[in-house]
Design a protein around this ligand. Structure first.
Ligand code: SF4
Ligand code: SF4
Ligand code: SF4
Ligand code: FES
Length: 898
């Protein structure tokens, strides 16, 4: 409970004193009187108020008496002032509030028995609390329900016109999809323009609606709130790590809610910098994959051409026998493994332990290899920290943000809400540099559209502009004169005019951005897929670190270079050592002291220090026949990687392919054995989010069919391989990790990491800075093909998992269409839905085209979640020489009318 922050966190509002119910209270001047009252622990009724957005003052419930005023005042809209004498209780106030409730109920349908909000309705609570019984004369509104949206129904008969839905959408989410409209004599909430709702479908409006006026299509008329079990857990879709309540009835997942609710409308506005408690569309409406009919319920073994349901015991015997036989005949390095970063920390830890201590191989990888490891390696190399240094609060309170190569409202919508709050509440200047017209660019103070693939050149330009304009922080550079000289020499050849002509970012814009970043007291860089999942990702992160260093924004509080993670536990995968180069805790696998420590703890001899293989190398060794058995947990390389990586050929050569997954994926269809795994809703454990917070994952329902948690299956496998593991629960694994990595489970709090700036700058910096500025050239610059084809994430999906959720597919089905800039389509004479021929150096295909204003000219886009048609196969692959990250999300293409 508490006070709204001053809009500028650097300026303290004056402290004042006022009297509330006879007690002297200290508060900040100018904040809502309601907030001051609630900060004393007194909760007075308030139906249109929510601490996450500015007060609206419509319901007439938060009335208080102010000395000197005849009539009661609305405390939510009144500002606290020194010397106020306030009374919050008394018969007069009770009667006034009762009148307000009666007024709302006089036009309310009283259909509580069939209302989803029954038992979870503020109007009901208020009527009860104020003894409102004279309901016989209630007028009906007879407004037809608006059921046009795919996920939300609007029943305006129940609306009390509190505007909470409109305000959360406009103020907090900055989407502004709803409005009041006078219709049929009543003020009704309608989607903007009174069309079918077209928005991000986050459902936050539903969460704050205090009555049953907005309902969830998925759970409507199913159960009453008190019939459902509510399990607090962490979302399994992205690295934001949102907290959610999975509401279940027996084995059925009924709906997802979250801490954002009219029920907890009292809070400290400053706390929203840590998150407003809402969810995005994936978290709220993407849960149906959990109890999908397509879930695997039994193990499958290949018999001839078919996968046949087989009892667990028989399946495990066969898998263990075959792994053992292959290891006996060909040694441990005939075996490899892949795991998804959707697994829990405990499972990722166990996986690398199984590979290293069970199979005795260091050939394995996780999906963090698809990009996050570029960031981790660069950050470790320069700063000694293997993750983002800033948390959501730093991001919210930043005064300048450079968001480069990140369509953040699509990939990490709740981190995006932090940037929105930085803009709206804290007045941050935000520079969005991207090759797409992103939603964040539309809100940013400085949107910059660049030529696809030129992100690295833009960073060159920003560093150069910083030096040219002498925006350097003297203290930072004076400490490392040699490094600073080396940087100056390395960028001497860069011409801002040339950067501008190659990237499309003007010289003025480069200079402005450099100045905004350097001059703000707290500046943050956030880079994502456009950097870490593209060629030169590692070098480009290092260049961003250079920019932050010379401007003094590397180790100052609230400053730093950050990334976001697209899967829920990519950071955990790296921290748990699910990469051949790392042991748990990101200790280097080649570091003898660390090797000795883990070898002792696990009582094994570890594989040789140089024996590892990452994803690309594993596939190559599968193709060459060196690797004969592959254990794949939750990964689907066949559907993810382009044809040029020859995944099918790699899998075809295997003597044993074991896939452990909740679904029969494309890769699983090729397997010799398929083991049914649980989703995160059926197991306990933890995820580490992009801030470094370790968050609980809790079992909400029993495992579906005979599926089992991944840790359970791995433990059984390890024990059959004579490992003698005694884990009986995820907690047992956690206890082991706690011993090996003390302090890792700082549950709920982001673990602070402090960049060690000086070591690199005083040692290797001068040797390697030159290379990263030489490396810059627009990717695919030599190609004559005029369009950039980009494959990426869309808001409504996450990997392939979300495609198993019918709700999300209803909102965003696979149209199979190529999204193009409307002007490009017109120039090519291609109408909506017309077929085009798309040709890259890797091949050609025909597909329909779809106009999309968010696609920049000379660019086209296809969502990475769908393989029909297999657009991914037009992609070439480049592998980062330092980090082994394969990049395959962007290429040059020709588009012709077919
Ligand atoms: S679902 Fe989210 S984006 Fe859509 S109207 Fe409601 S609050 Fe706004
Ligand atoms: S729909 Fe709900 S939140 Fe929106 S104005 Fe009506 S009662 Fe308030
Ligand atoms: S932002 Fe990410 S973690 Fe949060 S609800 Fe959406 S998908 Fe889940
Ligand atoms: S809470 Fe103040 S008028 Fe509604």
């Amino acid at each position: 409970m508490g006070l709204k922050p001053a809009t500028n966190p650097d300026v303290e509002a004056a402290t004042i004193e006022l009297s509330i119910d006879g007690k002297s209270v200290t508060a900040k001047s100018g904040v809502s009187l309601y907030d001051v009252i609630s900060s004393t622990g007194k909760i007075i009724p308030a139906m249109c108020y929510h601490y996450t957005f500015d007060p609206f003052g419509s319901c007439g419930m938060c009335l208080v008496m102010q000395e000197g005023k005849k009539a009661p005042v609305r405390s939510c809209t009144a500002k606290a002032a020194a010397g106020m004498i306030i009374k919050t209780e008394g018969d007069e106030l009770f009667q006034a509030r009762k009148k307000a409730v009666e007024k709302h109920l006089s036009v309310h349908p009283l259909d509580c028995p069939v209302c989803d909000a029954d038992g979870h309705c503020e109007l009901q609570d208020m009527a009860f609390r104020h003894g409102v019984t004279n309901l016989a004369n209630a007028k009906q509104k007879f407004i037809p329900e608006d059921t046009r949206s795919p996920v939300l129904d609007f029943n305006m008969n129940r609306c009390i016109a509190c505007a909470e839905c409109i305000n959360v959408c406009k103020d907090v989410l900055m989407i502004d999809a709803l409005q009041f409209m006078k219709k049929g004599g009543f003020n009704q909430v309608v989607p903007k323009g009174d069309f079918a709702l077209s928005c991000e479908f986050c459902g936050d409006c539903l969460a704050v609606c205090p009555v049953g006026a907005i309902t969830n299509k998925f759970s409507k008329y199913l159960y009453k709130p008190w019939q459902m079990k509510k399990t607090t857990t962490t979302c399994n879709y992205c690295g934001d790590g949102c907290q959610m309540y999975l509401e279940t009835k027996d084995a059925e997942v009924v709906r997802v809610t979250s801490p954002l609710s009219w029920k907890n409308k009292w809070g400290d506005r400053a706390d929203t910098a840590k998150g407003h408690g809402g969810l995005c569309v994936r978290g709220r409406f993407g849960f149906e994959y959990i109890d999908s009919a397509a879930r695997l319920k039994q193990p499958l073994l290949r018999k001839g051409n078919q996968l046949v349901e087989t009892p667990w015991l028989e399946a495990m015997h066969q898998v263990v026998d075959q792994f053992s036989e292959i290891r006996r005949k060909h040694g441990p390095d005939a075996i490899a493994g892949l795991i998804t970063a959707r697994c829990t920390n405990e499972e990722l830890y166990l996986f690398q332990k199984l590979m290293r201590a069970g199979f005795r191989t260091n050939q394995f990888d996780s999906s963090a290899r698809y990009g996050h490891l570029n960031f981790v390696h660069a950050s470790r190399h320069a700063l000694g920290i293997g993750r983002s240094p800033n948390d959501w609060e730093d991001l919210t309170k930043a005064k300048a943000v450079i968001l480069i190569g990140s369509n953040i409202t699509e990939t990490n919508p709740l981190t995006a809400v932090r940037i929105k709050e930085a803009i709206r509440v804290y007045g941050a200047q935000v520079v969005v540099i991207d090759s797409a017209v992103t939603n964040m660019a539309k809100l940013a103070s400085h949107p910059v559209l660049i030529t696809p693939g030129t992100e690295g050149l833009v960073i060159d330009g920003l560093v150069k502009a910083t030096l040219e304009l002498d925006l350097v922080d003297e203290t930072s550079v004076k400490k490392h004169p040699l490094a600073f000289e080396a940087l100056k020499t390395s960028v001497a050849h860069i011409s801002l005019a040339q950067v501008a002509s190659q990237t499309g970012m003007s010289v003025e814009s480069l200079k402005d951005t450099a100045a905004i970043f350097a001059e703000a007291p707290r500046s943050i860089i956030l880079c994502a897929e456009g950097i870490v999942r593209r060629p030169d990702g590692y070098q480009n992160v290092l260049k961003l670190i250079d920019l932050a260093w010379v401007t003094g924004k590397l180790d100052q509080p609230g400053c730093g270079v950050n990334t976001v993670t697209e899967e829920p536990n990519e950071q955990g995968a790296v921290d748990m050592g699910a990469a051949p180069e790392f042991l748990p805790g990101q200790a280097l696998f080649s570091d003898q002291t660390a090797r000795d420590r883990f070898a002792k703890a696990w009582d094994v001899t570890l594989p040789a220090a140089n024996s590892g293989a990452d994803l690309v190398e594993i596939l190559s060794r599968c193709r060459s026949g060196q690797i004969r058995a592959l254990y794949v947990i939750g990964e689907n390389p066949l559907a993810t990687l382009p044809a040029s990586m020859e995944v099918r050929a790699a899998l075809d050569r295997l003597e044993l392919l074991v896939v452990q997954d909740p679904f029969l994926t494309d890769t699983a269809r090729m397997a010799h054995a398929v083991l049914p795994a649980c989703t995160s809703a059926e197991k306990d454990g933890t995820f580490t989010n992009l801030e470094g917070r370790v968050l609980r994952v809790r079992e909400a329902i029993d495992p579906i069919g005979e599926s089992l948690p991944d840790w359970h299956i791995m433990t059984a496998l390890a024990n059959a391989l004579d490992c003698q593991w005694g884990y009986e629960s995820s907690n047992d694994i956690q206890a082991e990790i706690m011993k090996l990595l003390p302090g890792y489970y700082n549950l709920g709090q982001p673990r602070k990491v402090v960049p060690a700036v000086d070591h690199y700058l005083s040692n290797d910096y001068t040797k390697d800075v030159g290379a990263r500025y030489r490396a810059s050239a627009p990717s695919d610059s030599k190609s004559q093909r005029p369009f950039a084809l980009i494959m990426g994430q869309v808001l409504y999906h996450s990997g392939k998992m979300s495609t198993k959720a019918p709700g999300l597919i209803t909102i965003a089905p696979n149209t199979g269409r190529l999204r193009m800039n409307p002007q490009d389509m017109e120039r090519l004479g291609v109408g909506e839905g017309a077929t085009v021929r798309l040709t890259s150096d890797r091949g050609s295909m025909q597909l329909a085209a779809q106009p999309d204003q968010s696609i920049a000219p000379q660019t086209c886009f296809f969502p990475e979640h769908f393989n029909e048609p297999p657009v991914k196969d037009l992609m070439s692959v480049q592998v980062d020489p330092t980090t082994g990250v394969p990049t395959f999300k962007q290429t040059r293409v020709t588009i012709e009318k077919a």
